[in-house]
Write a new protein. Structure first.
Length: 430
């Protein structure tokens, strides 16, 4: 027997989670299914709305001012500026005081582990003391066995970028970590719990020992930036305690995957899904679908693979949030680019040599490959008609934007997820 719901969301990333929570506001039965664990743990945890225009102008001081000038077909153009604002406000409500930036329309400038400056609209509270607009001198601290944050190099790059403060980087030994392959969660675990480690001065907690090491490195700096490993569930406590022991402000620098800020965001969203009453099932890829009887323009049900068993899931409305080319929500072969679940049309040149340009840093066509959608976010076929009346798309599976170049990925996921979820929930709950 088919599992019945009002709304079925396919995909467990930021777009899918947002769509499911927004759909649940309509009061209907909402289910989220995903083929694998959320990709949020690979994300920085920053919420970028629009850092640069498609033409490369930026960094933008105000992302919302530039949205109305985007070309037809861009995901923001499809949902409209007011929806983007509502979606960001929706995110603020979901995350509470874990994120900052809601006091202004301006982008914040957040230093990254590479020593670059990233314009972003919302940022974890743990990064707030490190904004590049703050003119306090900064000591960046890296760790010998955590090579993906080179603190001296990051500080040098920031100085070269012209930040309004003096930046200096040091590399120290992390107390209690002896292995080169220790996971970041191990660092966070040691700092977040009262485990003792051996030091030259005897036994102490890892947090106390780290403060002793960094205190000896401080000169005149008023703040210290660490890679994003300052605890898992107790990041605010760890940061406040280190700041108290050091007598300076403490912040985290977003680092690459696996990302503790991304994992924390994932926890916040899955708590919100539970609070909203959304049923969540992971590890069950959608492998097929059936049209409604007598109506090829409507989906009757999808089929998921649960440990080798094919289980039908039926809903009134569906939201497709499976990601783009990177997330495999859009796939490519030598002769075509396609969407693998519903075989929705993906606009792309017929000649694969037109998928890219020779300049590696040029305006590449392929990052924009994805589903063309109408203003209700319904995927369109090759002649511009909706593929299905009860399917909407959200997130990176929607074409028309180069989220990496624009620094718009999280914002597009939130705006399209929120819009698709609200529309699906409103219709599915009727």
């Amino acid at each position: 027997m088919a599992i019945e719901d009002d709304v079925l969301v396919i995909g467990g990333g930021l777009a899918g989670a947002t769509a499911a929570i927004a759909a649940a506001e309509g009061g209907g039965r909402v289910r989220l299914v995903s083929a694998k664990q959320s990709t949020l743990r690979h994300a920085s945890g920053l919420i970028d709305v629009l850092g640069y225009t498609p033409a490369g102008d930026g960094p933008l001081a105000n992302p919302f001012d530039a949205i109305e000038g985007l070309a037809e077909g861009h995901p923001y153009e499809r949902v409209g500026l007011e929806t983007v604002r509502e979606a960001i406000s929706f995110f603020d409500d979901m995350t509470g005081d874990a994120y900052e930036g809601g006091h202004t329309d301006a982008n914040a400038l957040v230093p990254t582990a590479a020593g670059s400056i990233k314009p972003t609209a919302r940022y974890p509270a743990s990064t707030a003391a490190g904004l590049a607009s703050d003119d306090r001198d900064t000591l960046f601290v890296g760790f010998e066995r955590l090579p993906d944050f080179d603190a001296p190099l990051a500080a040098a790059h920031l100085e070269a970028a012209g930040v309004p403060f003096e930046a200096r980087g040091v590399t120290v030994r992390f107390p209690g970590i002896a292995r080169d392959d220790a996971k970041r969660t191990r660092y966070a675990h040691l700092l977040g719990r009262p485990e003792t480690v051996r030091t030259e001065r005897g036994k102490a907690t890892a947090r106390e020992a780290l403060a002793d090491i960094v205190r000896d490195q401080l000169e005149t700096e008023a703040r210290v930036g660490f890679p994003a490993i300052l605890g898992d569930e107790r990041v605010a406590e760890v940061r406040a305690d280190l700041a108290d022991q050091l007598g300076v402000s403490v912040f985290e620098v977003p680092t690459g995957p696996p990302s503790l800020p991304g994992m924390r965001l994932e926890d916040l969203l899955f708590d919100a899904l539970e609070d909203a009453g959304v049923r969540v099932t992971t590890g069950v890829p959608v492998i097929d679908f059936e049209h409604a009887v007598g109506d090829s323009g409507r989906i009757d049900h999808v089929v998921v693979d649960r440990n080798g068993s094919k289980i039908p899931h039926r809903a009134d409305q569906y939201v497709l949030a499976t990601g783009g080319l990177v997330g495999k929500g859009v796939k490519s072969e030598r002769e075509r680019v396609y969407e693998p679940i519903f075989d929705c049309h993906v606009s792309h040149p017929s000649d694969r040599y037109d998928w890219f340009v020779d300049d590696a840093f040029g305006d590449q066509p392929y990052p924009k490959f994805g589903l063309s959608v109408d203003r209700d976010l319904r995927p369109l076929d090759a002649v511009g008609d909706p593929e299905f009346s009860n399917l909407r798309a959200a997130g990176a599976v929607v074409g028309g934007s180069d989220f990496a170049a624009e620094k718009s990925g999280a914002g597009v996921s939130l705006a399209t997820g929120y819009f698709a979820g609200q529309r699906a929930g409103g219709e599915g709950g009727e």
